[in-house]
Design a protein around this ligand. Structure first.
Ligand code: KG4
Ligand code: ZN
Length: 327
């Protein structure tokens, strides 16, 4: 079964063709990062306009890359939330138009669920119960997955998401946008020598990253940051330490078989390496390109939803604050 996936929830216009939810036939991404970089962050209206310009060429490229025609497709999976309303609308309307014109089933996918299903695209299939750490620009969630589509939210961030904290810290250190890759790059030339706080929130699976970000801001305002590289390395170490320690504790407490890492921050090598080194359980991590926003993960998730009979109709609307457990 071949599904076309469409993803436009934030600032990447993406389309992909995936077979049986596990095999990527094509994965095309038009990034807007250079356009938003000049503003130091994503400008929602600019993002929607760019999606409108890129959506048809990117879908055509995905179809061509996979060597398929409309007749070879079995359905269209599209992100309907969470994300920026104007951005989501472009993808959802494109998917509805294709579904209507070609008589193909339409499958609505939660973006966060998509991030989790990036783990089905790397060869080995995840085993349940699975603990998922979703770390992106908008989320830091610990989710227990007992089966396909079966989610229990164990914990979440109480303030900044991990990716958001990376982005803000990079701004404080003058390292540019997007902050995650900028901090990671700067950190390679530095050492973890700046003492930064870690919020453990003991007795819960929740996270908090505003304290470490504010501590960095205070040091910067007081002129106490001698080396941006050391500050970046220390910030990264503090965030990674909390994410890894709490994920391993939740995995043990819930007796899971495996841990799956996903979301844009999962592209961070220090996070990947630390989790792999410290976990006694098998750890699944998608390849870099499938960690950040892409449509292959949406098509993969769409396949398992379709298999369970979860099909949308043309009344599908976007839900900017869609929760993982609501879809
Ligand atoms: O999942 P994603 O592509 O988009 C959202 O759904 O939010 O995640 C984007 C976030 C940004 O905050 C970005 O700074 C962060 O992921 N990120 C990273 C790295 N690459 C992207 N954070 C740390 N290290 C990285 N290498
Ligand atoms: Zn994302």
């Amino acid at each position: 079964m071949r599904l076309l996936g469409i993803e436009t929830s934030c600032d990447e216009t993406a389309a992909a063709v995936v077979e049986d939810g596990t095999k990527v036939l094509s994965n095309e991404i038009a990034s807007q990062v250079d356009i938003h970089a000049r503003y130091g962050g994503i400008v929602p209206e600019v993002a929607s306009r760019q999606h409108t310009l890129s959506i048809i060429p990117i879908i055509s490229a995905a179809m061509k890359g996979a060597g398929v025609t409309w007749d070879d497709l079995d359905g269209i999976a599209v992100t309907s939330g969470p994300g920026l309303a104007g951005s989501l609308l472009t993808g959802v309307n494109a998917a509805k138009a294709i579904s209507f014109a070609r008589g193909l089933p339409l499958i609505s996918v939660n973006h966060l669920e998509g991030h989790i299903y990036a783990n089905w695209l790397s060869g080995a299939l995840p085993e349940f119960p699975l603990l998922c750490l979703i770390v992106s620009g908008g989320h830091s969630d610990l989710v227990l997955m007992r089966g396909h589509g079966n989610y229990t939210m164990l914990g979440r961030t109480r303030d900044d998401a991990a990716g958001e904290a990376f982005d803000k810290a990079a701004r404080v250190l003058g390292l540019g946008y997007p902050g995650g890759p900028a901090i990671e790059k700067a950190a390679t030339g530095g050492n973890d020598t700046v003492n930064l706080p870690r919020a453990w929130l003991k007795g819960t699976d929740d996270f908090s990253f505003s304290g470490v970000k504010t501590a960095l801001l205070r040091l910067s305002e007081e002129g106490k940051i001698a080396s941006a590289a050391d500050a970046a390395a220390s910030f990264q170490a503090a965030v990674v330490d909390v994410l890894v320690t709490k994920t391993i504790a939740a995995a043990q407490a819930n007796h899971v078989r495996q841990i799956a890492l996903c979301g844009g921050v999962a592209a961070n090598k220090a996070l990947r390496q630390t989790l792999l080194a410290r976990s006694a359980l098998p750890v699944l991590i998608p390849p870099m390109l499938l960690c950040t926003d892409n449509a292959a993960m949406i098509a993969a998730c769409g396949y398992f939803r379709f298999r369970d009979g979860k099909v949308a109709d043309l009344s599908l609307d976007v839900v900017p604050n869609l929760k993982l457990t609501e879809n």
